[in-house]
Design a binder for this molecule. Structure first.
Ligand SMILES: NC(=O)c1ccc[n+]([C@@H]2O[C@H](COP(=O)([O-])OP(=O)(O)OC[C@H]3O[C@@H](n4cnc5c(N)ncnc54)[C@H](OP(=O)(O)O)[C@@H]3O)[C@@H](O)[C@H]2O)c1
Length: 439
C-alpha cells in the first residue's frame, strides 16, 4: 500500500509529530473521514513525520490497522468495498526534527523534489516545556474552581531559558561559531513549523486539477494562548515563565492577522507568493486547537496520569465543553480544517469573521468544532458581537475597539519580526555552508 504510486486525483496531507497523542488521532480520523466523505475516485496520500524511523514504522503500522478497521466496518454493509478503500489510502513517512532548521530544510527540499503538490500541512508537533506541577496550588485551585482550574491551569511549572542546540557547525579550528539564541519551545512549537510552511508554500500553492480548495497550513494553538504570556520584547520567551503559552499566542496573532491587508507584504513574502496564476493560488493559514486531550505532552507518573484522565472526564460531565479527552475527538477541529470545502470555510468567515477553531464536546461525548474566543479578537474580531455563554477563559473580557487594535498591531509586529528572523537564520545557515538550497 505505502509504495504504490499516487494517482492524479490524490489529496496530499502532511502531519507533523504523528507518532503520539493528537498526531495519531489526526492520522486515524483523517483516513476515516476522507474515505467516508470524498468521492470514490479520490485518494489520500498521508505523509507523516516523526523524529526517527522506529517511531515512523510504528505510526505507519498503527494507521494501517486503523485503515483495516474502517475497511472491516464498511465490508459489513457493502461486501467487496474494502479492496477499493484500501487502494484509496497511501501512507508515507519522513524524518523531521523541528529543533534543527537544517532538518526542516532537508525535508522541505525532499518533498519539493518528490511531490506534485500539497493540499494541507497540519503543524501538530509540539512540546510543553514544563518541568513539573505546583501540587499545593493544583489541589487548591481544582478544589475551589474545578472547571476553570482543569481548563486554564495556573499550576504548571515551566522551564525558563531553554534553548536549542547550536544550529551551526563549529568553525574549522573547532571553535564554536557565534549564533543567536533560539528558544527551544518557540522553535519546536512555532518557528520550526514557520520555516517548514515557508518552504512548502510553493507546493501548497500548486493546483494540479480544477480544485476549489486553497492549499492550507493548519497551525495548532491552545486554550492557553493568553495575551499576558507573550512579551512583545521577547517573542521567543527566552526569559519568561510561560514559553508554551507564549508560542501559542504567537500562533493566534499571526494566523488571524495573516489575512489582513496590513500584513500582506510580509505574508506574501513568507508564502513566496507573487501573482495569481492559472495553476497556483495563494495558500491560507488556519488556526485550530484540540481542546483538552489526554496525551503524554505533560509527563506524569502512571497513577497520576490515570487520575488526570478521570479528572478530565469529570470536567466534561460537569459541563466543560473543552474536555474532549480522547485523541480521536481532539482531532476533530484539525481534520475538519483539512477536509472542509473552501466555500464552507469562506462563508463562515464572511458571516462571523476569521476564527480559531477548537475541538469541543457535549456531556454525552458528541464532538464538534467550536469557534474559540481570543483575547483582543473575541470569536471573530467583531466589536459588539454577542458574547457566548460557554467555554470562556477566566481572562476573557468583552472585546473593545482598543483591544482589537492592539491585537492587530501585535500581529503586524510579529509578522515583521518573524520574517526578519527567518531571513536571518537562512543567511546564517548559508554562510556556514549547511543551508539547503531549495532550487
Ligand atoms: N493535549 C492537549 O490537551 C493539547 C491542548 C492544546 C494544544 N495541544 C497541542 O497539540 C499538539 C500535539 O500535542 P500532544 O498533546 O499530542 O502531545 P504529544 O503526545 O507529546 O505529541 C507531540 C508530538 O510532537 C512531536 N515533537 C516534539 N518535539 C518535536 C520536534 N522537535 N521535532 C519534531 N517533532 C516533535 C513528538 O515527537 P516525539 O515522540 O519524538 O517526542 C510527538 O509526536 C501540540 O502542538 C500541543 O501544543 C495539545
Amino acid at each position: 500500500m505505502s509504495d504504490s504510486p499516487a494517482p492524479d486525483n490524490a489529496f496530499y496531507v502532511l502531519v507533523t509529530g504523528a507518532n503520539s497523542g493528537l498526531g495519531l488521532g489526526i492520522g486515524a480520523r483523517l483516513i476515516d473521514e476522507f474515505l467516508q466523505t470524498r468521492p470514490q475516485d479520490e485518494s489520500l496520500v498521508l505523509i507523516i513525520t516523526t523524529r526517527d524511523q522506529r517511531k515512523g514504522d510504528a505510526t505507519i503500522a498503527f494507521l494501517e490497522e486503523q485503515l483495516r478497521k474502517v475497511c472491516r466496518k464498511a465490508e459489513k454493509t457493502l461486501p467487496g468495498v474494502s479492496q477499493v478503500l484500501q487502494r484509496r489510502v497511501l501512507l508515507r513517512q519522513e524524518r523531521l526534527d523541528l529543533l534543527s532548521l537544517v532538518s526542516v530544510q532537508k525535508l522541505s527540499k525532499k518533498l519539493r523534489d518528490t511531490l506534485p503538490k500539497l493540499d494541507v500541512v497540519i503543524c501538530n508537533a509540539g512540546i510543553g516545556g514544563w518541568t513539573g506541577i505546583n501540587w499545593p496550588l493544583a489541589v487548591k485551585t481544582v478544589l475551589t474552581g474545578w472547571k476553570s482550574a482543569t481548563t486554564w491551569p495556573t499550576y504548571k511549572i515551566s522551564g525558563v531559558g531553554w534553548k536549542t542546540k547550536p544550529q551551526l557547525p563549529p568553525n574549522k579550528d573547532g571553535s564554536t561559531r557565534e549564533e543567536p539564541l533560539l528558544g527551544e519551545v518557540f522553535c519546536a512549537n512555532f518557528f520550526g513549523h514557520y520555516m517548514l510552511g515557508h518552504y512548502l508554500a510553493p507546493l501548497l500553492a500548486k493546483r494540479t486539477r480544477t480544485e476549489p480548495n486553497l492549499g492550507r497550513l493548519v497551525w495548532t494553538s491552545s486554550l492557553e494562548a493568553y495575551e499576558h504570556s507573550l512579551d512583545m520584547q521577547d517573542i521567543q520567551c527566552l526569559t519568561g515563565e510561560q514559553a508554551y503559552e507564549s508560542s501559542k499566542r504567537l500562533a493566534d496573532l499571526m494566523a488571524v492577522t495573516s489575512v489582513l491587508p496590513s500584513t500582506e507584504p510580509h505574508v506574501n513574502r513568507y508564502l513566496a507568493y507573487e501573482q495569481p496564476h492559472e495553476k497556483t493560488t495563494k495558500p491560507r493559514i488556519y488556526l485550530s486547537h484540540p481542546g483538552i486531550t489526554h496525551t503524554p505532552i505533560m509527563p506524569l507518573i502512571l497513577v497520576i496520569d490515570y487520575v488526570w484522565r478521570l479528572v478530565c472526564y469529570i470536567s466534561r460531565w460537569v459541563g466543560s465543553q473543552w474536555h474532549v479527552v480522547t485523541v480521536d475527538k481532539g482531532a476533530v477541529s484539525a481534520v475538519w480544517l483539512a477536509l472542509a470545502k473552501q466555500s464552507t470555510l469562506d462563508s463562515m468567515e464572511q458571516k462571523e469573521g476569521v476564527g480559531k477553531w477548537g475541538s469541543a464536546i457535549d456531556v454525552w461525548g458528541n464532538e464538534r468544532v467550536e469557534r474559540t474566543e481570543m483575547e483582543g479578537w473575541g470569536w471573530g474580531g467583531k466589536v459588539g458581537e454577542t458574547p457566548r455563554k460557554f467555554g470562556r477563559s477566566p481572562y476573557a473580557k468583552t472585546l473593545t475597539r482598543e483591544d482589537q487594535e492592539k491585537f492587530v498591531r501585535d500581529g503586524e509586529k510579529c509578522w515583521e519580526e518573524l520574517e526578519r528572523l527567518r531571513e536571518d537564520w537562512e543567511n546564517r545557515l548559508d554562510e556556514a555552508g549547511v543551508g539547503v538550497s531549495m532550487d
